[in-house]
Design a protein around this ligand. Structure first.
Ligand SMILES: Nc1ncnc2c1ncn2[C@@H]1O[C@H](COP(=O)(O)OP(=O)(O)OP(=O)(O)O)[C@@H](O)[C@H]1O
Length: 264
């Protein structure tokens, strides 16, 4: 977990790219010309992207395409990248692993780094929002994987982020828990209006949750797909989007083709 207000990566900052221009002044995140190599091998070769306030963007790509590397850079966790990246407001990160401190109770994990007289109330509110109001005094080891990940979401939420950076946040969960977490994210988004960058290699998850999908390939954003399937919605009983929609299936197939997954 990390938060940050604004900042540039090391290296020169150039003019914004097309994507950044589209999000314009409303952008909560802009990145341009982001590059990163490991041992002389380029992984990111000039990434441009922009996310508008309140927009949810999924970052899809094959294994090893550099998704996590990019997210770490955007979160300000990689000092060796070059290019420009700027977050307007507060960003919070949720990783695939919950990264809770095992020696702190749930409530203290959520409160980590917060100050002020209302911390307890804010923590209680965040835990209530993820359905864990009664686990404030539990130890992380006493939680299920899904509950621990809910605490990680609460720890991000309590900071009232303008932008959530989500790196495969539900990737380690079983299928049913994953669906519940997706539904939780939709509800929280509707209530809080944060923007999010969601790293995933689950095409269906991207289609269910995102307004826009960016495909990372060859070290650049190789394709951008606007997910024109109606509002993301959050009502579990009547989801606005569903895999049953013919257009959903068509987009799913197109993305799988693009990722090189053969039809069965
Ligand atoms: N700290 C590091 N040192 C050396 N190589 C690294 C490091 N971090 C990432 N890489 C390499 O960079 C490439 C991209 O890794 P990254 O984890 O960003 O991919 P990814 O798209 O998130 O993959 P996955 O979907 O499998 O998680 C990989 O080849 C990886 O081995």
């Amino acid at each position: 977990m990390a938060t940050r207000t604004t900042g540039d990566l090391t290296g020169p900052t150039h003019g914004t790219g097309d994507a950044a221009d589209r999000a314009g002044d409303a952008a909560v995140l802009t990145a341009h010309g982001v590059r990163r190599a490991f041992d002389g091998r380029p992984v990111l070769a000039g990434v441009d992207l922009a996310i508008a306030a309140g927009e949810v963007v999924a970052l899809l790509g094959g294994s090893g395409s550099g998704k996590s590397t990019l997210l770490r850079i955007l979160a300000g966790l990689d000092a060796d990248a070059t290019g420009g990246a700027r977050v307007r407001g507060t960003a919070a990160v949720v990783f695939q692993e919950h990264r809770l401190l095992p020696w702190k109770r749930v409530g203290d994990n959520v409160a980590l780094g917060l100050t002020g007289p209302d911390v307890r109330a804010r923590v209680d509110r965040a835990l209530t929002e993820v359905g864990l109001a009664d686990r404030r005094r539990a130890w992380p080891a006493e939680l299920s994987g899904g509950q621990a990940q809910r605490v990680a979401v609460a720890r991000a939420l309590v900071r009232e982020p303008d932008l959530l950076l989500l790196d495969e946040p539900f990737g380690a969960l079983d299928a049913l828990t994953r669906l519940r977490m997706q539904s939780l994210l939709r509800r929280l988004r509707a209530e809080h209006g944060f923007a999010a960058l969601l790293v995933t290699h689950d095409v269906e998850e991207a289609l269910l949750l995102a307004d826009r999908i960016l495909l990372l390939d060859g070290g650049v954003i190789a394709e951008e797909i606007v997910v024109d399937l109606g509002p993301v919605g959050h009502a579990a009983d009547r989801p606005a989007r569903s895999p049953e929609q013919p257009a959903f299936g068509a987009l799913r197939r197109r993305l799988l083709d693009r990722l090189g997954v053969p039809a069965v």
